[in-house]
Write a new protein. Structure first.
Ligand SMILES: Cc1ncc(COP(=O)(O)O)c(C=O)c1O
Length: 345
């Protein structure tokens, strides 16, 4: 597909918004059987029955990964096989015919290749890749539907938080849970995000950047924020909430754990993290494909602000981010085998 021009894109001012691109991948699955091989079609709107499973019962899951233009003047994907694995488990959890690993990876690659010129220049951002699958078939009673649609679209993006130099101001919410440990919090299900919209909106109206959700079965423990995992550093010990069912198993979380352990010699613990530990931390940061590694400057709990110590170059968050971005942009050697080149150098 060769229509579409990138001339309108202001590479220096990318935010985290939808920029329409040339094309998207489109595949369907009928009668709950195997996925049929899809194809690349022009980017555009889709028709949907008002009785679609996704609209009525939230039967939909998605993924998020990024392509980077690198120092080696090529475009790479970062650990897409982990997104494929997570898409597999998310689809199983939502009774959607399972999207297989190879099918998923091929769809991503086809979409990326057809839109590769939308990948921002090195240092200006990345190409966010959004695979999404939903129940298209009709349902009146609660049940998994018979027909499904899988789309992959892309959008060039810059920083998730507008001012990416500023540390985050987070609110611990005691009024809302995001997900229950035996619910769908560990799937990338669309319903998890609708659950976070009201607390997030209220927090933003009060001047916060995001919300820290507490664990629904033990409110003394923290879970994550609306779009990223959380890490808490005290001395040489880096703690992150363990994957107890309500937390998304982040690709960046896993990458940061490995970098912290293997490169930075921090003692990493996937464990319960209490509010007391959060408020007493030397550093707090969040991790995600969209937010990368973002430091937290203040946590508000029960009406009190808790300023968090270390900032800037000296912070472990900044060092972790530098290494992660260095690997993603092929500025430093990738000791883990995380890079998948897509275009030739
Ligand atoms: C709720 C939630 N937690 C954590 C993450 C981080 O996951 P990843 O690092 O795979 O992007 C995300 C981002 O996608 C998210 O939406």
């Amino acid at each position: 597909m060769d229509s579409g021009s990138i001339d309108f894109i202001d590479w220096d001012n990318l935010g985290f918004d939808v920029v329409e691109t040339r094309s998207m991948y489109y595949a369907t699955c009928h009668k709950k059987k195997e996925w049929e091989e899809g194809n690349i079609i022009p980017y555009g709107t889709i028709e949907l029955s008002p009785a679609a499973g996704v609209l009525n019962y939230g039967q939909g899951v998605f993924e998020g990964t990024k392509a980077f233009r690198t120092m080696k003047d090529r475009v790479i994907l970062f650990r897409p096989e982990l997104n494929a694995t997570r898409m597999g488990s998310s689809t199983r959890r939502l009774c959607i015919p399972e999207i297989g690993k190879d099918f998923f990876l091929s769809a991503i690659e086809q979409t990326l290749i057809d839109n590769i010129d939308y990948t921002p220049p090195l240092g200006k951002g990345s190409l966010y890749i959004r695979p999404i699958v939903w129940g298209t078939g009709p349902a009146l009673g609660v049940k998994p539907v018979d027909e499904y649609t899988f789309i992959v679209f892309v959008s060039p993006v810059g920083p998730y938080f507008k001012d990416n130099k500023k540390r985050l101001n987070l609110l611990v919410t005691e009024d809302y849970h995001r997900a229950a440990p035996k619910g769908i919090g560990n799937a990338k299900a669309i319903g998890n995000y609708s659950a976070s919209l009201l607390p997030l909106t209220r927090a933003k109206e009060s001047g916060f950047d995001d919300v820290i959700f507490l664990n629904a079965s033990n409110e003394n423990m923290i879970d994550e924020i609306s779009s990223a995992n959380l890490f808490v550093l005290k001395g040489n010990i880096l703690k992150t909430p363990h994957l107890g069912g309500s937390i998304l198993p982040g690709v960046t979380r896993d990458s940061v754990i490995k970098i912290a352990d293997k490169i930075m010699n921090l003692k990493v613990q996937e464990t319960d993290v209490t509010i007391e530990e959060l408020l007493d931390a030397d550093e707090i940061f969040c991790t995600g494909t969209a937010v990368v590694v973002t430091s937290v400057g203040n946590v508000s709990f029960q009406g009190e602000d808790h300023m968090i110590g270390i900032a800037g170059e000296r912070s472990k968050a900044e060092q972790l981010k530098k290494i992660l971005l260095g690997i993603q942009q092929e500025e430093i050697e990738d000791p883990f085998g995380w890079i998948t080149p897509v275009s030739a150098p």
